[in-house]
Design a protein around this ligand. Sequence first.
Ligand code: EPZ
Length: 420
Amino acid sequence: MESFLIKGGVPLHGEVTISGSKNAALPILAAALLTDEPCVIRHVPDLSDTRFMVKILESLGATARFENGTLTVRAKKIKGFADYKLVRRMRGSICIAGPLLARLRTARISLPGGCIIGARPINLHLKGFAALGAKIKIEGGYVAATAKKLVGNSMFLGGRAGPTVLGTANVMMAATLADGVTVIESAACEPEVVDLAKFLNAMGAQISGAGSPTITITGVKKLHGAEHEVIPDRIETATFAIAAAATNGEVLIQGARAEHLRAVLDKLNEANVAVTRRGADLLVKRKGQLKPADITTLPYAGFPTDVQAQMMSLLALAPGISIITERIFESRFMHVSELARLGADIEIEGPSAIVKGGRPLSGAPVMASDLRASAALVIAGLAAKGTTQVNRIYHLDRGYEKMDAKLRKLGARIQRVEEK
Ligand code: EPZ
């Protein structure tokens, strides 16, 4: 297993280019199952998660070619069964269910199982499929959805923590080939859902309202192949902006979409970090000493839960009290005890973490537990005095393309080493 060895204390300087969005690419790759014609998808990040989705598509019978960020997928003849051995390794694979149900009228998928950041049930996905007329059966760790035909319907897809991103994506994809009109209320408004709808419409679907809480899908008989360019990764953008601020550096982030990050830019401003737009680029540097800020994670356009951990690393450096409240996932504070190993002073009170910031951090060996927690540990390691070893970086490789190379280009002293 690999680790990152980071010698901290170097302000990051220079330019970094943002990769395509992991969370837009995964459902878009699954959507290629909706047609037997070739789909060409550009700006796909080269990550273990996207390569894994390709494996799943191939296990269903599709062919795929991945070259220089462009993926050509053809799902000419496919089957509707996805094995536990594959699905359990990546929860995002659940978004093949909607396309398979739409195209084959049957989908039998292993249930994704638990996740370290929360229970993450799929009841809302299944509620949506049932509303379209599918029979749902859960047996032996698998969920089977079958339907003689799918019929458009209106449904409310809000849950305990509000809308569901992949649930909205799954039901939207299933409804593209249903008879009649489907209306999804309390739909997720994330940019990744909008990007998926754009791709589906390029395939001949009739979707309106994506990006708002009400999405309308008018079913069509057949979808065709299409080409698409995936949006930049807003979570990667936020991660590099926070790394620049945490190290007191100056970084130009290229190929970003500031309009997808308003809540994050607002909180960075509150923490005394200037983010200036330069066309499609963002220039990030502190305005002075960091300041505390209170954060509550919310569905889009609120503050993203996928940036909560990284922001905690920054606020651990800001003198004063910051309160971070996690409203989306039940147990997404795994990074707190690891940040404490670097000297941060953070206490958990129910859904909130109370960050007493300003204490200098010092390097130590730490353990990554999930994708975004590991990004937070890398940021803290870059800001800390001395050497930090971040273990189990396979978590990072799931969602960040060549993170260490990009950081080295910004002057970071970071190496990928075999874990001892
Ligand atoms: C997507 O997960 C992202 N993953 C997550 O990013 C992200 O954290 C999450 O949306 C929220 O923004 C991908 O896009 C691949 P949800 P998703 O369904 O769709 C509850 C990362 O770091 N819920 O919107 O699985 C659920 O338990 C990952 O890149 C139900 O109760 O998340 C959670 O509390 C981590 N029933 C809340 O809704 C359901 O059927 C939001 O989950 C579905 C969800």
